[in-house]
Design a protein around this ligand. Sequence first.
Ligand code: NAD
Ligand code: WQD
Length: 338
Amino acid sequence: MKVLVTGGAGYIGSHTCVELLEAGHSVVAVDNLCNSGKKSLDRVREITGKELDFYEGDLRDEGLLERIFRQHKIDCVIHFAALKAVGESVKKPLEYYGNNIGATLSLCRAMDKAGVRKLVFSSSATVYSADNRMPLSENAKTGDCTNPYGWSKYICERIVSDFAASDNSRRVAVLRYFNPVGAHPSGKLGEDPKGVPNNLMPYITQTVLGRRECLNIFGDDYPTPDGTGVRDYIHIVDLARGHLSALEYIDGRPGVSVFNLGTGKGVSVREMVAAFEKVNGVTVPCRIAPRRAGDLAVCYADAEKSAKELGWSAFRTIEDMCRDSWNWQKNNPNGFEE
Ligand code: NAD
Ligand code: WQD
């Protein structure tokens, strides 16, 4: 298949490009590089020994998308391109709505014009309401999001679902990711956040590296076994492969299909830190800090539907995630920058 990967230079996009190329697909990537750089795509080429086409530009530029669809016979699109920082979205709601919804609308319009029928959309566990019981199955309640980023994903899910429903030859998969972490086992590709990391794993790796003084554990008084927050961390390579399963799955299924991409297991902050220290033989300096506004105590997936229907499960362990994250970070202390 020839796959258009939007946001292809980003963390999840670049790892998915590797898996697509290694499975024998052709890849066309598009990215405006607002949160990434071209180096990640050079690393994709280095790891796979294969070429991919790259267009630098914004998805809201419909002329660019029309040109891409004219120049390539695209079979399906995987749509990663979005802004994703929860805190920033509260400060810049219009930027988040404008970018995430604008990009999705212009992509759907260009797909419509070009007659491209298959779409895999990157959604997030953040679309689930906070009052659900764990684990979260795909039919748990959604909405009541606590920030504009979450709402933008919720609205885009609606857009791509209505897009699918308006023509029965369209096939759309909505994938709700839990907490992607880890890196490619080669150590050549990984997460390279700009500025101070918001997420746990890059904060841990930068702390061990000495770029951060110590990890702030946001709360140790949650109603969890050790008092720290519990999440469903999923290895980036498992996550990337979930997209290949989704492409196969939607091939014969009109309409929209929704899947969680998680492991179904919850891991606490303290457990993650302990695993990181043990597997890498390092110390992670930590201190207990106040709870972070908007955080849930516990969040993990019901992974049964993905296993049964999609035929996909995550099997990489927390130790794999910690080892691969550190391997990437220590080999690339400044990320993709030399
Ligand atoms: P990322 O920032 O590394 O990648 C997103 C890429 O999209 C970046 O390279 C950025 O430059 C590009 N981009 C953004 N807006 C664009 C636009 N208008 N036009 C062209 N390119 C644009 O983020 P990621 O972690 O790889 O996330 C990929 C997708 O997965 C996003 O849609 C995100 O919301 C979703 N997601 C991520 C997580 C996570 O924790 N990383 C969890 C759930 C869902
Ligand atoms: C994990 C746990 C923190 C940092 C976010 C988004 C979500 C999705 C994934 C995109 C929590 C604790 C963290 C730190 C800490 N993204 N923590 N110290 O909040 O589950 O999800 O990323 O869709 O929408 O909200 O992930 O990695 O930020 O936090 O103690 O410095 O680690 O409190 O318990 P989160 P996270």
